[in-house]
Design a protein. Structure first.
Length: 576
């Protein structure tokens, strides 16, 4: 460090005149501000001039921090963004001998230096740069999502070897006790791995995380837009520690590894609280775990965003305004039925309407709606909950699923006594809903009297708009498609070429396709006469019902999705 003062150095370098320095010193004494701050406010020098002068005064390096400068993930992790932003500093390089070089706006800030020493337990070597460049680097390299995947790789490659391997003697029994598992689960690499994986899942809009143990390896997959894809897995040596960490967070029994378990936890990501539903299953090579990510910010509650449009949207809204009756959403698991029902509740939500749901479980909490979870372990089934709900004077009731005769009959009695009931049913299309209800024991007259609308639904991935391009589909799928829709010969087909926005997969987001069956007098009469599925479907399509396949074909024609996507979720053909 030289004995020269900052102002004298700037004058000697020709950056400042003697009169300017005198004026700045007077302001410095009156305001109590640092001399450098006063010089900048008076526009006598630039921030770079001051940084270079500090470099000379303190005999420390000056860094330009140009566009080619980068921080490695290991360096970013040393100091949290909140500290870096507060003191305007960057961790540059960790040297051998327990020292850390830190680039600072103000190398004389003793509080900043003490904070860095306390956080890192390292001796600090100072360097200097301008506030503008340091802030730019912080914003560029402290975005969590920018380094999540590389952090996971680094963590697996560099740190997980520190944990002693846990060998399992047989299914459900471990060579370590619960206390040792607790220690391992709270080890820094395990904690960071779980945190980074949860952040990556939310960033990538994943609905589920699958942890799958193999004999000597582990597979971790995220379900994004309905498709599973692998991410960086940990070594098998720390898998049980990771499972234990998740169990601790989810308040599950870490000692029980022989039975299926369920739990729930929350974590915060970018000022959003994310709910996670956890399920474990004992398998031959360890516990398989599935984490369902319930991000309320990703819940689509607008009907048009889901896929309803035009006349179909009007018909759906008109049905929802009926004073009573049943609206059913049908389709397999994962086809978006519950989300569509939530959008209907959001449309109906009003201070004048009492809405009550019974769900297993309540996945998303919606303000202004009364939501009740079932609890089979204590006997609170759908049917029992419904009986109590009817004493609560509801206007609209949502039932998570009609899965048994008792629930279905109570729902239908509720609709007959002046309630609008929304629910789901597992069938392949709209017209088979009647035979499915008949199979569980509902009498035809009840079905005919109460059902107002049946909607079959599937989800298809949307072509990424950022890399969308014209293409020629594969001949095998194209031939089947053209046989069903000859007019498609005149269409232009599209695909996603793959880009950073869509993770180089060509698809970004999903939308629903529908089969929309309004129950009119003719349909009711046919149901009363026990007409079969084929007869009902033939009548419905003859009278204008658009099938799932036809709806999907319209989406292909409009360039929203691809032939492959439509054929993956429903049979293609006029009769399907």
């Amino acid at each position: 460090m030289t004995s020269d003062k900052l102002g004298d150095i700037l004058v000697a370098d020709g950056k400042l005149s003697e009169s300017q320095l005198s004026h700045a010193v007077e302001n410095h004494k009156q305001s109590g501000k640092l001399l450098g701050e006063v010089l900048l406010e008076l526009n006598y020098v630039t921030s770079k001039d001051i940084a270079l002068a500090l470099s000379h005064q303190l005999d420390i390096p000056y860094f330009e921090l140009g566009e080619d400068f980068r921080l490695e993930p290991e360096e970013v992790r040393l100091i949290p963004k909140t500290i870096a932003s507060r003191f305007c500093l960057l961790p540059l390089k960790r040297e051998k001998g327990h020292t850390l070089t830190v680039i600072m706006r103000d190398p004389l800030d003793l509080q900043a230096l003490d904070t860095v020493r306390s956080l890192t337990n390292l001796e600090v070597h100072k360097a200097v740069s301008t506030e503008e460049r340091i802030t730019t680097v912080i914003e560029k390299f402290y975005r969590k999502e920018a380094h999540i995947e590389s952090d996971l790789r680094d963590l697996v490659d560099l740190e997980t070897g520190q944990i002693e391997e846990i060998r399992e003697d047989e299914i459900g029994e471990s060579a370590v006790d619960s206390d040792q598992l607790l220690v391992l689960a709270n080890d820094a690499p395990v904690v960071r791995f779980v945190n980074l994986l949860l952040m990556q899942a939310v960033r990538d809009r994943a609905s589920d995380i699958h942890f799958e143990p193999r004999e000597k390896t582990v597979s971790i997959r995220l379900r994004v837009d309905g498709r599973l894809r692998e991410v960086t897995p940990p070594p098998k040596s720390i898998y049980q520690a990771i499972v234990t960490r998740i169990k601790i967070l989810s308040e599950m029994d870490i000692a029980e590894r022989r039975l299926p378990l369920d739990g729930r936890m929350k974590f915060k990501y970018q000022d959003r609280v994310i709910d996670v539903r956890v399920s474990s299953l004992p398998e031959i090579h360890g516990e398989k775990m599935v984490l369902r990510i319930l991000d309320r910010a990703s819940l689509v509650v607008d009907m048009e965003d889901i896929g309803f449009e035009g006349e179909m949207l009007k018909r759906f809204q008109r049905t929802l305004k009926l004073p009573n009756g049943i609206v059913l959403l049908t389709g397999p698991t994962g086809s978006g039925k519950t989300t569509t029902l939530y959008s209907a509740l959001n449309y109906l939500k009003s201070p004048e309407v009492n809405i009550q749901t019974v769900e297993d479980p309540v996945e998303y909490q919606i303000d202004g709606i009364n939501q009740m979870p079932t609890k089979d372990k204590i006997g609170l089934t759908f049917a029992k909950a419904l009986r109590s709900i009817l004493r609560q004077d509801p206007d609209v009731i949502l039932i998570g699923e009609m899965r048994d005769l008792e629930t279905a009959e109570i729902a239908m009695q509720a609709s007959l006594t002046g309630h609008l009931v929304l629910s789901t049913l597992h069938t392949n299309d709209a017209t088979t809903a009647f035979s499915r209800l008949h199979d569980i024991g509902v009498l035809p007259y009840l079905t005919a009297a109460t059902l107002k609308l049946v909607i079959a639904q599937r989800l298809v991935r949307k072509i990424c708009p950022h890399c969308k391009e014209a293409c020629q589909p594969a001949h095998d799928h194209l031939d089947v498609f053209l046989a069903a829709y000859p007019e498609a010969k005149k269409w232009t087909f599209y695909r996603g070429a793959g880009c950073e926005k869509c993770g180089h997969r060509g698809y970004l987001g999903r939308r629903a396709i529908f089969e929309f069956l309004e129950v009119n007098d003719t349909i009711r009469q046919m149901v009363m006469e026990n007409a079969g599925d084929v007869a009902l479907r033939r009548h419905a399509t003859k009278n204008g019902m658009e099938t799932l396949s036809q709806y999907g074909a319209r989406m292909v024609e409009r360039g929203i999705t691809t032939i492959d996507e439509v054929m993956a979720v429903c049979p293609v053909g006029e009769s399907q």
